[in-house]
Design a protein around this ligand. Structure first.
Ligand SMILES: *Cc1c(COP(=O)(O)O)cnc(C)c1O
Length: 456
């Protein structure tokens, strides 16, 4: 074995290419260009193996809400590793870290949520949701209520079940989606709104849920699942009319509403959950990413009192779970993360100060010739690039405008993500106003450079 600390970037890239298959990656292309190797991080910054300091405008993968390098989280993990590195929560056992985390989650989630089922990833949590909602209806003698309705261009994870819930066509192959999952139109006004104003379009797309329920028969529908703001789909913020109408329909037809809060939760919108921000009333809530600020893998499903009581009182054994459900070290880190987000007023500060500042600084970029729309809430946003601002007409995909802009930003010291031609941002919640200014300056330079490169 090599001592990897002593290797330079190209040596590391060569070994990476030789032995490592990356997720969501065109490996052949990666082998040509080599991966960017991240070696260090502190606050909102990461450093690559060439020593470049980069603002992490994506908080890792939408998850490092508290920022990098928090000693309290490192100590919580170390303390727990020494005391009890692992024990399971099957077979009538429990341990203090999982007990503490469960109680904390009940405290910070909306009042109907007092029970959590823990998993290791958002994907596992969404697979759990499919089993849970079907079981909920079966236990009440309604076995036919099995279908889960989701949206096109939704992202709910990568396991078979979660990818089926997702509405990304690139992930739909080889038996995905599984039977019993249906998709309705996403509320993406800028792309799909046509002549309707945002509120009319929001109401119309929400009503496609009602149409789908009537088409399938309400006796066959178990639940509707949605991200309050679609993240991986390109930070799509629905008009308020959408959520009002969705809530009415879920209540009228008495189907379960599942809010996938994996990205929106833990302060991203300036509230603890986007459910609080939009005034939603879900029956199940899916948590991951910001739950531990990404320091260790952990995720879970919150169950409303109604769902929990059916599962507990009528259920007997729920034959489902993971070896690492409620892993003590992950739980200890998650509890400490929630304590800090709360006691340091980090979530409040996103709502009152840095969130509005971030949105207003980014809104200035609407003036840029490449920018069609800037949208977002709190510390999540997208800058959508278009060829024609009046008609919202896109660039030809082979121009790879989003990728170019992303690469120019990275070379100047800012990580943004390109979802087609939407430049997506979701920085750590501890970002300061002056760091937001730096971020906007680099994003502006990257847009200018992208514009210069385009054929006129
Ligand atoms: C990332 C994500 C998931 C999947 O979580 P993993 O931990 O990657 O399995 C699910 N839902 C949403 C909304 C996500 O953004």
């Amino acid at each position: 074995m090599n001592d990897l600390q002593l290797l330079n970037t190209s040596e590391l890239q060569t070994i990476d290419n030789e032995f490592h298959l990356h997720p969501f990656t065109d490996t052949k292309h990666l082998h040509k260009v080599g991966s960017r190797i991240i070696t260090d991080a502190e606050g909102v910054y990461v450093w690559d193996s060439d020593g470049n300091k980069i603002i992490d405008g994506m908080a890792g993968l939408w998850c490092v809400n508290i920022g990098y390098g928090r000693e309290e989280l490192i100590e919580a993990a170390t303390r727990q590793l020494r005391k009890l590195p692992y024990y399971n929560t099957f077979f009538m056992t429990s341990h203090p870290p999982v007990i503490e985390l469960s109680q904390r989650l009940a405290e910070i989630t909306p009042s109907q949520f007092n029970h959590v089922f823990l998993t290791n990833s958002g994907s596992e949590a969404n697979d759990t949701v499919i089993r849970m909602v079907r079981r909920y209806w079966t236990l009440q003698g309604q076995e036919s209520k099995t279908v889960v309705i989701s949206r096109t261009n939704a992202y709910h994870g990568s396991t078979f079940g979660a990818a089926s819930l997702g509405g990304m066509s690139a992930m739909h192959e080889s038996g995905i989606p599984i039977p019993g999952i249906e998709h309705i139109q996403q509320p993406y006004w800028y792309r799909e709104g046509g002549d309707l104003d945002p509120n009319e379009f929001g109401k119309k797309t929400a009503q496609s849920l009602e149409e789908k329920i009537l088409e399938l028969g309400v006796e066959n529908v178990a639940a509707f699942i949605a991200e309050p703001i679609q993240g991986a789909g390109g930070v799509i913020v629905p008009p308020q009319s959408y959520w009002n109408e969705i809530s009415r329909i879920c209540e009228a037809y008495e189907i379960l509403f599942v809010a996938d809060e994996v990205i929106c939760g833990f302060g991203r919108t300036g509230k603890w959950f986007a459910t609080d921000y939009f005034g939603l009333n879900p029956d199940l809530m899916v948590l991951a990413k910001g739950l531990s600020s990404g320091y260790l893998p952990i995720a879970g499903v919150m169950l409303s009192d109604d769902v929990a009581s059916v599962m507990i009182e009528d259920g007997g054994e729920f034959a489902h779970g993971f070896t690492y459900s409620g892993h003590p070290v992950s739980c200890a880190v998650a509890s400490e993360n929630i304590r800090l987000l709360s006691e340091e007023g980090i979530v409040k500060n996103v709502g009152a100060e840095v969130g509005p500042y971030f949105q207003s600084r980014l809104a200035e970029l609407s003036q840029h010739p490449l920018v069609g729309e800037v949208r977002g809430v709190g510390l999540i946003a997208a800058i959508e690039l278009v060829e024609d601002k009046a008609t919202h007409h896109r660039f030809q995909s082979d121009l790879k405008v989003g990728i170019r802009c992303r690469d120019h930003a990275a070379n100047r010291g800012l990580i943004m993500r390109a979802v087609e031609d939407s430049m997506v941002l979701s920085p750590p919640l501890i970002i300061s106003k002056s760091q937001i200014d730096d971020l906007v300056d680099i994003a502006t330079d990257a847009l200018d450079e992208t514009l210069r490169e385009l054929p006129s």
